[in-house]
Design a protein around this ligand. Sequence first.
Ligand code: NAD
Length: 334
Amino acid sequence: MKEIIVAGAGGFIGGHLTKALNADGHKVRAVDIKPLNKWYQVHSGVDNMVLDLRIKENCYQAVNGCNEVFNLAADMGGMGFIETHKAACMLSVLINTHMLMAAKDCGIDRFFYASSACVYNGEKQTDPNNPGLKESDAYPALAEDGYGWEKLFSERMCRHFTEDFGLLTRVARFHNVFGPFGTYDGGREKAPAAICRKVIEGKMLGRKDIVIWGDGHQTRSFMYIDDCIKGILDIMYSTITEPINLGSSEMVSINRLVDYVEEIARYKLERKYDLGAPKGVRGRNSENTLIKQYLGWEPSIPLKDGLKKTYDWISDEMIKSKGNNSKKAVFNEA
Ligand code: NAD
């Protein structure tokens, strides 16, 4: 039986990946810096470890005796976080560097690295009708400042650990992932969860308006978590040696995203646009020719279906936290 480590297992994607690997019958080591009671999901039968993976010795402790590594640990969040915490985002380079060193020295068979669409050249994302970013659009390099440069550098570390040391690495560039058991408040949340939360708050408190970051015409694609997990596993066990897009190609404007959430909620709000808020690039979409070629598949769960499940989960969480008053701030937020 294989023993597999998931780094960042206390987070959103890592929690879902741990669940899938555990359900497949693998022995899983789940590692995160957060105390266990702050993990989004804790699964029975999994070996849970609380370690700061920026520290080299901790990476060796985590990796030793395992066969495969999925590295999803990073200090990250939505635009509101990454635009204001560039140094913190760049320090995640310590995690991937030390995880790669430990993987090489401990004889790991396969290493997965979670990269991001933030590696793409900003000049190729100025049009809201973005035709889709293909993998080669990462160069010439002009990544998202801070977070995106760290991802691009770490991608290249993976490449050179393969070339120089023979460590088998796989790299996926995730485009906005969303779903239940993720961040929806506190400042690290991304657009789908943030909009669900604001609409739910509006409905609960009888508010009339909603604040949208930017003018609402900026575009993105959003991948539901189940597609993300399938993609991670398919890419890990594929022959793909270059970084590859893992994202939906169903591009929508932020205004359309709000329309969908309002339809799910059956509640309409007047939109107030905060033009000074962090809003990221103007247009971003995933170009999926390569993944279709390699895997005969692309993420395809419709946005609206995924949003319904996410909305329901966030709504339940907010009702629960209102009940026990443990997340009072959610309801007090302006
Ligand atoms: P998340 O923040 O929910 O999970 C990341 C986890 O890493 C957190 O639980 C955090 O505590 C942990 N971590 C941070 N620093 C650590 C450290 N020093 N040692 C150990 N653990 C540490 O984020 P997520 O959405 O699950 O993202 C997972 C990965 O996918 C990240 O690498 C992220 O950059 C990448 N990614 C995510 C998205 C997305 O839309 N969610 C998009 C592109 C890339």
